[in-house]
Write a protein that binds this ligand. Sequence first.
Ligand code: SF4
Ligand code: SF4
Length: 479
Amino acid sequence: MKFRGGYNIHLKGKPDGAVKVMPEPAILHLPLSSERFTFSDIQVQDGQKVHAGDALAKDPDNHGVPLLAPRAGTVRLKVAENHIVLEDVAQLEERADITEAQLLHVEKQMGVSGKKRIQLLSLGAWQFFYDAFTGALPDPLGTPQAVIVSTLSLEPYLTRGDAQLQKRLLNFTRGLEHLQSLLEYQPIYLVMPDITSEFATLVRNQIRGYAWAKMLEIPLTYPYDNFAILARKLGLRSHGGPVWAVRTEGVLAADRALTLTKPCTVRIISIGGIGVNAPTHLKVMPGYPLKTIKEHYVSEPAVRVISGGILTGETLADGALGIDTECRGITVLPELQEREFLGFIRPGWNRRCYSPSYLSALRMPFSERLTTALRGEGRPCVACNYCEEVCPAGIMPYLIHKYLYADLIEEVEQARVDLCVECGLCSYVCPSKIDLQTQLIDAKALIEKEKEEIRQEQLRQEEARKQEEARKQSEEKTE
Ligand code: SF4
Ligand code: SF4
């Protein structure tokens, strides 16, 4: 499979392959929103005692995906804004928030596949599924044209697939079988690294017997593991129906939900970046106090904490108290405000530069210390073309930037801004410090909004036309 663009950023602070179990918390702060979800439909009362696995809230705009209680405890709704707090947390027997009788009823109504899908949704496994083209949560009762399963995570500092698979290879293959049981003839593409390692060979051997799983070996270059890029490379088109996409943790969650009928509330997340004293992976649950994680892993006083990886993650707001339900990793960078002398051209022995024109190009590949220091001000585009070279979507970010500057929205659309997969590489390599990624994301949202407004207007006009016709017909009848 041939890809275009892409670039590997070598940074210090990469998490090792180990998984550390964090101490049991006494309190959990469960955020009511995450990247895709807003849990606005609260299911519990203040002061209520809950079991582990009970639904605390649901997202009504995302097929009712639940926020599950990871532990037993007492609910507090008014202690922290935008959080449900669980006090007196206890590690007791967890339970499914759906009874056997309810599942039997669903099975009678919707068949075995329908029952499994509801089970995935109510036990918290469905939240690990994505629509490959949009990144949204797919309809659990929908039919995909294909499923992409990725064991890779190539963005710097994010949870590594091999760390999650350790000792759980059997659960993974059983999870794949469960996924296959939801489908009729649709293929499952299993994305693997094109490298020979003992572990990769073990996975390959395990999968070899599955005729329905098509192995897809890809180079370890960011962002070739991006689901939209993979779907396009496979020749799948969005008008052919949704493509479900799921990573290692989602397959393991599907196994837990469907083999054990147990809620999926524990996660393995990475903690990386040079602000971390021992970058690694942590076994935690949503709501786990960020303060405790910082106390254990962050040594520097002034740091920026990012939920996610270095290119696509979001800086955590000051009010964030616990791990949110979609967190895949935490990145911590020392917060430095000063500018570096001639920083924008990245000269010197210790600065990696996309353009191999400085001293560092003479060195063997090395990992750089990345901080939040400003490396020079933004300046006009110098037409170096680096952003186009690295773009995996085959578009011209600098051209779109120029159209946006001139407010030429139609031209932006014609330049196929919709193909941008928001990987952030263009911003990273731009020597002029132009935040192309944000500009393109905003432009996509603006065009989508305008299209939606036009759609709504057309619907309104159609409705008015129908009403007018009905009125005329009724007048004619009366006459
Ligand atoms: S334009 Fe979009 S897809 Fe291309 S490099 Fe930039 S963020 Fe990535
Ligand atoms: S990388 Fe930056 S300076 Fe170079 S062409 Fe793209 S926008 Fe212009």
